[in-house]
Design a protein around this ligand. Structure first.
Ligand SMILES: NC(=O)c1ccc[n+]([C@@H]2O[C@H](COP(=O)([O-])OP(=O)(O)OC[C@H]3O[C@@H](n4cnc5c(N)ncnc54)[C@H](OP(=O)(O)O)[C@@H]3O)[C@@H](O)[C@H]2O)c1
Length: 281
């Protein structure tokens, strides 16, 4: 696999790992927190040093799991967290970020995202983000669940063109973003973060995916991740709390898909034929 599949270059030139780790549902059961932190820690050791979390996950407890995993290795990590839309006013976003920093036991969040669009004007959130960046509390900011039209609105704001990423539902079964959002973001040097990359329902049980996996001596999950990883500018954040899943997901970086595989995948999971509204979980 080429370098382009292993790293994504953010606006400004910093390179981050294309394969990271998600944390949704971590921290919800305190008895599992040690196991979840160990899974993240293994992922870090395997190079998946970009970790995605949110103040929403486990009502803050996922950020605490990330802090456990980050203990002693914080400087190697690129931590992404998200603010609730109702906490995204120009003043409350500062307080929300401070709470996240405390739970994460760190002095800065590498990338801070608006989790989805709410009723607070985008300009206010942007102002808050800019202040947080000036104060060194966050290094980059971005958005999540923003479709092409929302992106156009955000980037038209004064300073809005510095948005680093848009995190969206994007996997083999949900290829809608390819129609206009992905190309538009690529053109504007905005990274796409593909969430729920392993899909929901029976996606991984698709026979065509199984056949591609068989050809590569890989698993369907690895092929689903490899397919996203080969797309330029796309960060992929599978969540795994089981060690075997973490190892398997890391293996996705070793699967190089050929034209024949891509054609089989396109037949089984058709690319979009027009605009569909952005899905959200
Ligand atoms: N911005 C947003 O609105 C938004 C929405 C959804 C998700 N996200 C982010 O994206 C991350 C990933 O999405 P997600 O957690 O919804 O879904 P996902 O990563 O696609 O799937 C997670 C599920 O797949 C299992 N799994 C992991 N590796 C596997 C493998 N190799 N083979 C089979 N199953 C495997 C996990 O099990 P175990 O945990 O038991 O290992 C877990 O049940 C989230 O954790 C979160 O950080 C963001």
């Amino acid at each position: 696999m080429g370098d382009q599949s292993r790293f994504v270059t953010l606006r400004g030139g910093e390179r981050v790992p294309a394969l990271g780790q998600g944390t949704w549902h971590m921290g919800e059961d305190r008895r599992r927190a040690a196991e979840e932190a160990s899974a993240l820690r293994l992922g870090i050791e395997l190079g998946m040093t970009l970790i995605d979390t949110a103040e929403m996950y486990g009502s803050g407890a996922a950020e605490e799991v990330v802090a456990r995993a980050a203990d002693g290795v914080r400087d190697k990590l690129f931590i992404v967290s998200k603010v609730y839309p109702h906490n995204a006013s120009r003043t409350s976003v500062i307080a929300a970020c401070e709470r996240s920093l405390k739970r994460l036991a760190t002095d800065r969040i590498d990338l801070y995202l608006l989790h989805w669009r709410g009723s607070i004007p985008l300009a206010e959130t942007l102002e808050g983000f800019q202040r947080l960046r000036r104060d060194g509390k966050i290094r980059y900011y971005g958005v999540s669940n923003f479709d092409r039209g929302d992106m156009a609105e955000w980037t038209a704001l004064d300073g809005g063109d510095t948005v680093a990423a848009d995190q969206v539902l994007y996997n083999l079964d949900r290829r809608g973003p390819e129609w206009d959002l992905v190309p538009w973001c690529r053109e504007h040097s905005i990274a796409i973060m593909a969430y729920t990359p392993l899909g929901t329902g029976g996606m991984l049980r698709n026979p065509a995916l199984a056949e591609v996996a068989r050809r590569h001596g890989a698993t369907p999950a690895q092929i689903a991740l490899a397919w996203l990883l080969r797309q330029e500018g796309t960060i992929v954040i599978p969540k795994a709390s089981r060690l075997e899943h973490v190892r398997e997901n890391r293996g996705a970086l070793d699967a190089a898909l050929a034209a024949e595989d891509l054609a089989a995948i396109d037949r089984a999971f058709a690319p979009p034929k027009g605009k569909t509204s952005l899905g959200m979980l």
